[in-house]
Design a binder for this molecule. Structure first.
Ligand code: AKB
Length: 316
């Protein structure tokens, strides 16, 4: 049996950096190869430059490093994707198809595909959104992820590829400042509060969206990947939930720590994207199939974000 060797694509994004660290803590540094189109720090080794559209190089990397599992995170997000829809489709969908095809060719043990609440659209029930619902996404990101889910399901049914997937809500983390997403406001707002700046929010105050603290997202991902294959009944994206809040609610939670903090609302094109998504998620399939349960709610997430960012900004 080959020893576990994980490849993470798009490893320098918001999820990838934390996931790589966690997987390296668990399986050892050499067992996790990270790749991206840019190198962020010198100590990322083992690292490979990889443009996900370069299938020849992707194949070489899988072969040369004897990869057994891929976490395929490389993608362009909802807001960023709207600036270049065809490029987004190409990267998000054709990148995934290369991964699935190579997973089949190399008989990889497992593949992880991150899906998202962006698969939902105006025809989806907005509250407590069930697992199986009409999907009519409005962004190219959402279209690419919806189609990606179908391809994952197809490769599993047709070729037996052990592909697993989660529909992530907005992820809140202190390790990096995300860009290109519609839920990014929920990270930016903390940085503004801690720096003593006013925050200009690009969503309306009442826009409720599903969200999750990074530790829950990473733990959920690894738990799904480690679950017994027989327990996995959903081969497209599992709904996954932790909390839902509006900009006004998170602002009020932050006020408990920074009473002088000010916010203004200046909605831009991202408002329309957010309004097309759902407000809260029914993730009972994930809870029943492989035991998903979140640890963080709004209050505990705000507390840990402020503690961690104060350390980062060296504020007592
Ligand atoms: C985005 O806002 O585009 C992402 C997502 C919800 O998938 N954070």
């Amino acid at each position: 049996m080959k020893s576990k060797k994980i490849l993470i694509t798009g490893a320098n994004g918001q999820l990838g950096r934390v996931l790589a660290e966690e997987l390296r803590n668990k399986y050892g540094r050499e067992a996790v190869l990270v790749s991206d189109i840019q190198k962020i720090t010198e100590d990322q080794a083992p690292f490979e430059f990889l443009d996900i559209l370069n299938t020849v190089r992707l194949k070489e990397i899988i072969g040369d490093h004897q990869i057994t599992e891929i976490y395929h995170l490389a993608a362009i997000l909802s807001a960023g994707g709207e600036y270049n829809p065809l490029k987004t489709w190409n990267i998000n969908l054709n990148g995934l198809i290369s991964i699935l095809e190579l997973a089949r060719e190399f008989s990889l043990d497992k593949v992880f595909f991150p899906s998202t609440i962006a698969v939902f659209g105006k025809t989806t029930p907005r509250e407590n959104t069930p697992q199986d619902v009409p999907l009519l996404p409005t962004t190219v990101y959402g279209i690419s992820k919806t189609t990606g889910e179908l391809w994952c399901n197809y490769y599993h049914k047709r070729y037996g590829v052990d592909v697993r997937s989660l529909r992530y809500p907005g992820i809140i983390s202190y390790q990096s400042i995300p860009s290109g997403g519609t839920t990014d406001y929920a990270v930016e707002i903390f940085h503004a509060a801690i720096k003593g700046e006013m925050y200009k929010c690009f969503l309306k105050e009442q826009t409720r969206l599903p969200m999750m603290y990074i530790d829950d997202a990473i733990r959920g991902t690894i738990e799904l990947m480690e679950a017994d294959a027989k327990a996995i009944n959903v081969r497209y994206g599992y709904n996954l939930a932790a909390m839902s809040f509006t900009p006004e609610e998170i602002y009020h939670s932050i006020l408990n720590y920074y009473p002088d903090f000010k916010i203004e609302y200046e909605p831009d094109f991202r408002q329309e994207i957010a309004s097309s998504w759902t407000e809260s998620i029914d993730d009972s399939a994930a809870r029943n199939d492989w035991g998903w349960k979140e640890n963080y709610d709004l209050e505990s997430m705000v507390q840990i974000m402020i503690e961690e960012l104060r350390k980062q900004y060296q504020i007592q």
